[in-house]
Write a protein that binds this ligand. Structure first.
Ligand code: MV4
Length: 472
């Protein structure tokens, strides 16, 4: 087992990895930028090193990170999510410098990062994919021919894209030609190559993903699904496990497809197979994410399996000690991403000092967070400041528990998405499971909430105003 692990990340996921390491008796090394010097995760690590220059580069400079890792004598590096987590060059450099990368091989990261390659591998393995062009389009005419046969709308996708980047919907030939030109130039700029492919657009899909665990000896299991359909501009807002859309028969079929996909990718470690599910309950492979995901928490809550500890154990060469038939799922779990944003200002990020902080608790409530009273939320990073995760025996209990927990959650000094999330917990369509990826777009009325949901906050706000008026 590793003696020391470097966490090449920041924020709540750095804390998450440090916690898993502590439970495994592994020493931890954190890296931090100037603005992150007062972050919680830095205080929890056994050692911490200032990286830079500036707020971002230090987290992305693969050569400096690997040099630091060698210098301080770490055995392995955990990339978290975002930053370098799906950077095959980083994984490759770790492999070269004899530092274990806690994740899949650089070849797998590279293969799954190229959406055309990933689709081809899946198709060859019998995993259902969305009807689309054979590989990247050879010409605009090639694309127009496909769309003419398949029927509009279609989706133009950049091969180097993923997670909502490099996507364009085209409802007719004119939009298709324009979409291809735009997608190709954006792809060239963002991903370094302009390959695009076309898929038939799946109307009002559910976004359902399966958690995979695979060791280095060919053992692969899935840990059930997560429904991530409640998204805003490809940012997941609320995630649910299990999906209230799937019955056991579909779960079995999609689970088998997810394992097939992992085999096709020569997958090892923790990964996620994303599917689209249409209104007739057909499912199609979308992409495979080669990292631990923000929403891994809800799978942990219903299966009791610590996914980050499994990642570390698998990377250290341990055999999977769970068989598929051992995976038990109990009740429901839901995660709300708490972001320092102002929903009433088009979710504009809202940084600043936290003047009051009180996190909810009680049965079935988990906070994976990064802030505390007097912490100054920097403006340089993703606006997510905490993940509120609740577990319940039934869907109704889980929704009610999330609503109660959001009511309890006090974060003052910055605007957050808490009141917006609370409004969703009240929404009938949400409560009855009547949602798909277009849910938030169709419900602008969810933004009409009363800033100070509960009277106590009103009193606090008014008394603060009076005190300020009298110069206290
Ligand atoms: C699609 C799709 C419908 N049809 N592909 C979004 C990001 C990446 N995971 C792929 N995504 C989608 N691909 C086809 N052929 C719907 C999505 C999708 C989505 C699209 C637009 C707006 C929000 C979305 C949320 C989840 C999935």
């Amino acid at each position: 087992m590793f003696k020391k692990v470097l966490i090449a990340n920041r924020g709540e996921i750095a804390t998450r990895v440090i916690r898993a390491c502590k439970e495994l008796g592994i020493a931890t090394v954190a890296i931090y930028s100037e603005p992150d010097a007062t972050s919680l995760y830095v205080k929890k690590a056994d050692e911490s090193y200032l990286v830079g220059p500036g707020p971002i580069e230090g987290y992305l400079n693969i050569h400096r990170l690997v040099d630091l890792a060698n210098k301080v004598g770490v055995d392995a590096v955990h990339p978290g999510y975002g930053f370098l987590a799906e950077n095959s060059g980083f994984a490759e450099l770790c492999e070269k410098k004899d530092i274990t990368f806690i994740g899949p091989t650089s070849k797998t990261i590279k293969d799954m990062g190229d959406k055309v390659r990933a689709r081809d591998l899946m198709k060859k393995s019998g995993v259902p994919i969305v009807p689309g062009t054979e590989g990247k389009i050879k010409s605009i005419d090639d694309a127009v021919k496909f769309a003419g046969k398949a029927g509009y709308p279609v989706m133009v996708k950049a091969s180097g894209g993923g997670g909502g980047r490099g996507l364009r919907i085209a409802r007719d030939e004119k939009e298709l030609v324009k979409g291809i030109e735009t997608a190709q130039s954006e792809a060239k700029a963002s991903f370094g190559y302009s390959d695009v492919f076309i898929e038939k657009y799946v109307e009002k899909p559910h976004h359902i993903e399966f958690q995979i665990l695979a060791d280095k000896y060919g053992n692969i299991i899935h840990l059930g699904e997560r429904d991530c359909s409640i998204q805003r501009r490809h940012q997941k807002i609320i995630e649910i496990a299990p999906s209230i859309l799937l019955d056991n028969d579909m779960r079995q079929k999609m689970g088998e497809a997810a394992i097939k996909a992992a085999k096709a990718a020569n997958y090892t470690n923790a990964g996620t197979v994303e599917f689209l599910v249409d209104k007739d309950k057909n499912f199609y492979f979308l992409e495979m994410n080669t990292r631990i995901q923000v929403e891994h928490t809800i799978t942990e809550e219903i299966t009791g399996i610590d996914l980050v500890k499994k990642q570390i154990e698998i990377a250290a060469g341990k055999k999977l000690d769970i068989k598929q038939e051992d995976v038990q799922s109990r009740g429901f779990a839901m995660q709300c991403r708490i972001c320092a944003e102002d929903p009433k200002k088009n979710f504009a990020p809202n940084s600043g000092r936290v003047t009051a902080y009180y996190s909810p608790g009680g049965i079935g409530v988990r906070i994976d967070g990064a802030i505390y009273k007097d912490y100054v939320i920097p403006s340089f990073y993703d606006s997510m400041v905490a993940k509120l995760v609740v577990r319940g025996m039934t869907w109704d209990e889980t929704v009610n528990r999330m609503h109660r927990s959001l009511d309890e959650f006090v974060i003052r000094g910055v605007k957050t998405t808490i009141p917006f999330l609370r409004k969703i917990m009240h929404d009938n369509d949400f409560k009855t499971g009547n949602f798909d990826t277009g849910y938030l777009e169709r419900k602008p009325e969810l933004l009409n909430y009363d800033e100070f949901g509960d009277p106590i906050d009103k009193v606090a706000a008014i008394s603060a105003a009076i005190a300020a008026y009298h110069g206290f």
